[in-house]
Design a protein around this ligand. Structure first.
Ligand code: MG
Length: 359
């Protein structure tokens, strides 16, 4: 089998309130890989907030696609190594990692279709039903927005809700967490997300004010580059630390694990260099009693959690308009069923290309 073409597209999709208060749009960088024998693979990376999508597309079009034309799509590991080692003088991660992720996801989609299996089963299935947590609670939300969103996720059966703690005054963040706890009651797990905004001391002070809420995790406390500081926070606070959405590859995750920097790892299949690398991260975490809770794109990440005994929850940000995907998995009783179609099972609608495509 040979790759005959790789077509890319950028889709810009507006979000609805209250998410639109902080994130007015999202962008998908899409790669469609076609073959001479019929099976076709869909890959995409979510450029969160839309930033950099055109740069990702350009890198994919000009550097990755030419290197793959004519190759056998089933040799995914071989292509990953070659593409990852490309352009070492230009990049390490970032834009190039988003581009490689989309390609890797599309290649695995072809492998699944050729095998006639959903990817989580191809990888040695563990579960076809994955629990989720409702995620949002951005800093621009009023308390009413925050509680309203938390209650909407709870009404879908979600047993967990995550909010941002972005206010510079830690006491304000404490009030916002208290409002959510009061609204949801004691039986719903709550997580908080710093999004790299504090230093070690700032996190110690913030976490101390939140201990009484019995939080599930305390997320991304420091700049993702500073694994030593993340480990320092993890040692110093009494809430389990989660991190990883801005870390890349098995190598960075190995460092997070070896330094005991987190109890929960959150690789993003669209950033961490695709399914190939995210699976390796998951297996590595399993050897260290660390749980994996993949970042966003739950419709793709379900296959990762479905293949891992140490998969914990997928992240559900309910931003997707109903006309974007064919058969988007539905949240039922706080969980998703992993798509049972061969490959990852996702398709973008032709209506979405007509409506959202910008390049
Ligand atoms: Mg986060």
């Amino acid at each position: 089998m040979k790759i005959t073409s790789i077509e890319t597209a950028v889709l810009r999709i507006p979000t609805a309130p209250p998410i639109a208060l902080d994130i007015p749009e999202q962008a998908l960088v899409v790669a469609t890989i076609r073959t001479d024998e019929g099976p076709e693979g869909l890959g995409y990376s979510l450029a969160f907030g839309g930033f950099g999508a055109e740069a990702i597309q350009t890198y994919l079009d000009t550097r990755l696609a030419p290197a793959l034309l004519g190759a056998d799509p089933l040799l995914v590991e071989r292509h990953w190594e070659a593409l990852y080692r490309l352009d070492r003088g230009l990049k390490r991660q970032g834009i190039a990692a988003y581009a490689l992720s989309a390609v890797d996801i599309a290649l695995w989609d072809i492998v699944g279709k050729v095998a006639g299996l959903p990817l989580y089963q191809l990888w040695g299935g563990y579960s076809d039903t994955i629990a989720t947590y409702g995620s949002g609670g951005w800093g621009s939300y009023s308390i009413a927005d925050l509680v309203g969103e938390a209650e909407r996720y709870a009404a879908l059966g979600c047993r967990y809700y995550k909010l941002k703690i972005h206010h510079p005054d830690p006491r304000v963040n404490r009030e916002r967490v208290a409002a959510v706890r009061n609204a949801l009651g004691p039986d719903i797990g709550i997580m908080v997300d710093v999004n790299q905004k504090l230093d070690v001391l700032g996190n110690i002070r913030q976490a101390r004010l939140l201990e009484e809420f019995d939080l599930v995790w305390y997320e991304e406390p420091v700049l993702a580059d500073d694994i030593a500081a993340c480990a320092d926070v993890a040692r110093s606070i009494n809430i389990p630390v989660a991190t990883g959405e801005n870390n890349y590859t098995r190598y960075e995750f190995r460092d997070l694990i070896e330094r005991n920097a987190a109890r929960y790892l959150m690789p993003d299949v669209c950033r961490a260099n695709g399914y190939s690398e995210t699976l390796k991260i998951g297996r590595l975490a399993a050897a260290h009693q660390v749980l994996v809770s993949p970042h966003v794109v739950h419709e793709l990440s379900l296959h990762i959690c479905g293949a891992l005994p140490n998969g914990f929850l997928v992240e559900f940000i309910d931003w997707t308009p109903p006309d974007l995907f064919e058969e988007l998995p539905a949240c039922i009783n706080g969980a998703f069923t992993v798509p049972q179609r061969p490959g990852h099972g996702m398709q973008i609608t032709s209506a979405a290309y007509a409506k959202y495509r910008v390049s």
